[in-house]
Design a protein around this ligand. Structure first.
Ligand code: NAI
Ligand code: MG
Length: 338
C-alpha cells in the first residue's frame, strides 16, 4: 500500500467550481489513498463570512500540506478588508517556487515546438506589497535577496537535470544593475554547483521576442517574479490558451497546485470551461510533491490521447471543430486512463 496523500481542495469562485471537481475526479482515478478535505476561499466566501481566507481554510491547508486551488474573482475596485486569498495563501505557506510547464499539445491553437518550463520566484520582486504615494509620486519597492534568488535557482537546476533541459537565467541586469545584478550573479553561482546542467542567460524583453518567433528555442526559463508572470502568460498563449495552462507553487513544506487561469466570469456556470489546466495541475502535484511519477505520466498521456482523438472544449476548438463541455472532456480523460 502506498502513502496516504492529503489534499485540501479549494474550488474558489467562477469556473474554479467547475474545473476543480474535474481535477479531483481524475486524480482519484490514479492516486489510491487520496484523502480530500474541502475548504472555502474567495470573493463569495468574503461576501458570506467577511474574510476571503477563513482561518479554518488556512488550517486545513497546513494540515494537508498540499492544496488544489481553483480561482478567485477579485474585484477590480478596492474593497475594505478584502485581500486576495490566493496571494495570502501563497505567502502564508511560503511557496516560493512557481512551476509552469508549457507544452505544445496536439491542438491547432498550440505551437507544436513548445516544450518549456517557466520557473518563477513567487515571494519577492515587485509583488511584496511595499508601495507608497509621496504626493504625485508612487514608489513601489522591488526586493531581491541572495537567499531568495539562490533557493529558486536550485529548484530550477534540479528540475532541469532529469530531462537535460538548458536553464536560461532571465534578467534585465543591463538596466536594473543592482537588483537584477544580484539576481543574475546569484543564479550564476548556483549554476556553478550544477556543472552537468547547461545554462545561459537572456534579457527579458529579447526573450519575449524570441519566444514568439521561435517557441522551441527555450527549455527552462528561470525568472524573478514579474518577468516570470509575464513570460508564463505569453507561453500559455503559445500553448493553446489559459484553459490549458497548469501551475504548481512549491515551498519547503507546502505545495499549491492551481490552473493559471482566473475565475472566467464570461463563461462561468455554462459548463464549458476547459478542465485540462486544472487536471494538469493535479498531475504536477503527483509528480513534484508526491513523487507519483507514473500517475503524473498517465494523466498527461490520457490528455494527449483525448486531444489526439479530436475532442475540444470551445476555447481550444479551431475553425470548424465541434466542441464539448467540461463533463464530456473530463469523462473522456477518465476513460482514457482506464
Ligand atoms: P481569466 O483567466 O479568468 O479569463 C481570461 C479569458 O480566458 C476569459 O475569456 C476566459 O473565458 C478564458 N478562460 C479562462 N479560464 C478558462 C478555462 N478553464 N476554459 C476556457 N476558457 C477560459 O482572467 P480575467 O478575465 O483577467 O479575470 C477574471 C477574474 O479572475 C478576475 O476577478 C481576476 O481577478 C480573477 N483572476 C484570478 C486568478 C487566480 O485566482 N489565480 C488569476 C487571474 C485572474
Ligand atoms: Mg498571471
Amino acid at each position: 500500500m502506498s502513502d496516504l496523500h492529503r489534499l485540501c481542495v479549494i474550488p474558489g469562485d467562477g469556473v474554479g467550481k467547475e474545473v476543480i471537481p474535474a481535477a479531483v475526479a481524475v486524480l482519484r482515478g490514479v492516486i489510491d489513498n487520496l484523502e480530500i478535505v474541502e475548504a472555502e476561499a474567495g470573493w463569495e466566501t468574503f461576501q458570506q463570512m467577511g474574510t476571503a481566507l477563513p482561518a479554518e481554510t488556512l488550517d486545513a491547508a497546513r494540515r494537508c500540506g498540499s492544496v488544489l486551488f481553483g480561482a478567485v474573482a477579485s474585484p477590480t475596485y478596492p474593497v475594505e478588508g478584502y485581500r486576495s486569498p490566493i496571494v495570502a495563501l501563497r505567502r502564508a505557506l511560503d511557496v516560493f517556487a512557481n512551476i509552469r510547464p508549457l507544452i505544445g499539445w496536439p491542438i491547432s491553437t498550440a505551437h507544436p515546438a513548445l516544450n518549456l518550463i517557466v520557473v518563477r520566484e513567487n515571494t519577492e520582486g515587485l509583488y511584496g506589497g511595499k508601495e507608497r504615494l509621496e504626493g504625485d509620486t508612487a514608489i513601489s519597492e522591488r526586493v531581491i535577496t541572495r537567499a531568495g534568488s539562490s533557493r529558486i535557482a536550485r529548484v530550477a537546476f534540479e528540475l532541469a537535470r532529469p530531462d537535460k533541459r538548458r536553464v536560461t537565467i532571465i534578467h534585465k541586469a543591463n538596466v536594473i544593475r543592482v537588483g537584477d545584478g544580484l539576481w543574475r550573479s546569484t543564479c550564476l553561482e548556483v549554476a556553478g554547483e550544477y556543472p552537468d546542467v547547461e545554462n545561459d542567460e537572456g534579457i527579458v524583453d529579447a526573450v519575449a521576442y524570441h519566444l514568439v518567433r521561435d517557441p522551441g528555442r527555450y527549455d527552462l526559463l528561470l525568472c524573478p517574479n514579474l518577468y516570470g508572470d509575464i513570460l508564463s502568460d505569453l507561453g500559455a498563449g503559445l500553448g493553446g490558451g489559459l484553459g490549458m495552462a497548469p501551475s504548481l507553487s512549491l515551498g519547503e513544506q507546502y505545495a499549491i497546485a492551481e490552473p493559471t487561469h482566473g475565475a472566467a466570469p464570461d463563461i462561468a456556470g455554462q459548463g464549458i470551461a476547459n478542465p485540462i489546466g486544472a487536471i494538469l495541475s493535479g498531475a504536477l502535484l503527483a509528480r513534484h510533491r508526491w513523487q507519483r511519477l507514473n500517475a503524473a505520466d498517465a494523466i498527461e498521456e490520457a490528455i494527449n490521447q483525448v486531444l489526439d482523438s479530436g475532442l475540444r472544449t470551445p476555447d481550444i476548438a479551431g475553425a470548424g471543430e465541434e466542441a464539448v463541455g467540461t463533463e464530456v472532456m473530463t469523462q473522456a480523460i477518465q476513460d482514457a486512463l482506464r
